[in-house]
Design a protein around this ligand. Structure first.
Ligand SMILES: [Zn+2]
Ligand SMILES: [Zn+2]
Length: 206
């Protein structure tokens, strides 16, 4: 299965806390989020760490996005550790859409769907042939030889169905297992209520 598919991530501009703060220093003294740089009302910003001045303000969504992207749970500048928890990044159906939006996974799905269609067609034709042979033999089953022939046809039909279902299972497994592992491992880091309460309290002091 595709190794590259594990690296599926939504596209967005990656800005580190330190890069954002560099831009912040060069801007005016209006209050802006230190990650996305957009000037915002102070009530919509939080100051969840020990950074001082204009560097202390950040959107909650921007910070959670940055934490999820970087995998860190502390501020890059003051090293303050945030109280966090993780949630799944995507719901089940959303994760399937994101998974198959990836060209490698989509290509594999198309090729496996073609294989599945061919196998289904072959299995259908063989099953119909076996059924016709059995119906013909049921009207002429007089000798031991014909009875044995009917038994052989039934065994062949069972073998065809077992091979078909086994291939179907393998094809499905090759898709389901990598997607499921990626889906469960794709997590979003969230700030806990404790961190948010602390940040709102410290904002009021300024
Ligand atoms: Zn922001
Ligand atoms: Zn900080």
């Amino acid at each position: 299965m595709t190794e590259a598919a594990v690296n599926i991530e939504p596209e967005f501009e990656e800005v580190s806390l330190s890069e954002g703060s560099q831009r912040q220093r060069s801007s005016s003294d209006s209050i802006a989020c230190r990650i996305c740089q957009s000037a915002t009302e102070k009530s919509r910003l939080i100051s969840p760490c020990l950074c001082k001045g204009s560097l202390r303000y950040v959107h909650r969504d921007c910070l959670e996005h940055w934490l999820s992207r970087s995998g860190l749970t502390h501020c890059e500048l003051c090293l303050h550790r945030f109280q966090t928890y993780t949630t799944l990044r995507y719901g089940c159906m959303e994760s399937l859409c994101v998974w198959y939006r990836h060209p490698g996974n989509r290509g594999l799905l198309v090729s496996d769907a073609l294989i599945y269609a061919v196998l289904s067609f072959i299995c259908f034709i063989l099953t119909m042939i076996c059924i016709l042979v059995l119906r013909f033999q049921s009207t002429h089953r007089n000798t031991l030889q014909e009875t044995l022939a009917s038994t052989a046809v039934v065994c062949f039909l069972l073998l065809v169905l077992i091979v078909y279902l086994t291939n179907l299972f393998v094809l499905a497994k090759d898709h389901i297992i990598p997607w499921y592992r990626w889906w469960r491992a794709s997590r979003r880091i969230r700030l806990s209520e404790i961190t948010l309460e602390e940040s709102s309290g410290s904002s009021l002091v300024v």
